[in-house]
Design a protein around this ligand. Sequence first.
Ligand code: FDA
Length: 398
Amino acid sequence: MSEPWDCVVVGAGAAGLFCAGIAGQLGLRVLVVDHAPKVAEKIRISGGGRCNFTNREASPANYLGENPHFCRSALARYTPADFIGLMRKYGIPFHEKHKGQLFCDRSAEDVIEMLLSECEAGRVTRWQPCKVLDVRATAEGYDIDTDRGTQRTARVVVATGGLSIPKIGATDFGFRLAKQFGHRVVEPRPALVPLTFDAPTWAAFAPLAGIALEVGIETGAGKKPMRFLEDLLFTHRGLSGPAVLQISSFWVPGQPLRIDLAPGRDLGALLREAKGKSKRQLGNELGQLLPQRLAEAWLQRAGVEGGTPMPQARDKDLNALGTALGRWKLLPDGSEGWRKAEVTAGGVDTRELNQQSMESKKQPGLHFIGEVVDVTGWLGGYNFQWAWASAAACARAM
Ligand code: FDA
């Protein structure tokens, strides 16, 4: 058996590579293994190929999990400004797109190259593809059986991510390993995912596939329902776009969504105002306020005659239309699942991890970082920021 490693990182994705680079540069002898043939495939496809690598505004309020305060310490100790500083050091051009979201100007490859250079600077060894067959605790640390032989190590860092997009290498390895060492795993579920509707409900809307518009979207009961103001996209099977991806992380099966199709505007009042001035038909007038095809489908579904000339439209009908469009209530029957989810909500229970070091409280020398942990960011660069922050916390504590 070869000389023991100080640390073996399982998973050469965002969190694993970042952790390995820092730990290596701090003087540790680090091995990274990943069963996929290509490095960091999820970074490569992220942000439409441009990687939304952080969010300037990231704070603990942008994350969900059963133990919401857990992420505080790591996020405070490695901030978006720290990662931006690293991007600047490498001369990687980037831009802000929307609400603090930072994207590469050229390609996500820039981020991967940067992480690999950081690993090189830390003399990190990377084996890929390499399968991990078994992990055993020993008196000195761990023995890891891989398809390249058994490796001895003082510490193991699990950075195998979540379950989304199985075709590029996602597995439940991290959750199984956590359970093997007595950890509780919060039931994983697809998040940042398009939502679907049963065929009869959706029949009227399926022809609207491709239409996008800004909406207010809400779910949850009580004093604090979750609400986002974002773009909605109609698809053949249901709803997608940033509005629905955001709300999907908070949606509980059986609960309705409430959608305001004209946020900040009183459509009833606008239509009544138009009645006095316009000679258009109602369908065309509504088409001035909403995408035309949506206006037509809505009127047809509501049984309102779109051909009615505006001067003849009844105030009562216009008010009812405005109210219904501002409070569209609908019940999803599910989501597009792991195939389309951007992330996994749930994961290794953070109550059993040390928030300073990401180390197991049950099994010394075993760490969990990145998406495998029950910390899930909103859409908009927050998930990568968690990968960087949890990786840095772990690497600096080893
Ligand atoms: P990550 O998934 O990056 O890496 C895990 C690694 O572990 C993989 O390389 C995998 O092959 C390996 N692995 C798994 N099982 C293994 C096993 N049994 N043995 C060995 N290796 C194993 N976030 C964001 O902030 N901004 C964005 O723009 C996007 N965009 C985006 C688009 C799409 C399409 C998806 C699917 C996701 C995003 N995300 C995102 C989310 C982001 O990609 C994700 O949260 C991070 O990559 C998580 O980093 P990790 O290192 O934890 O896992």
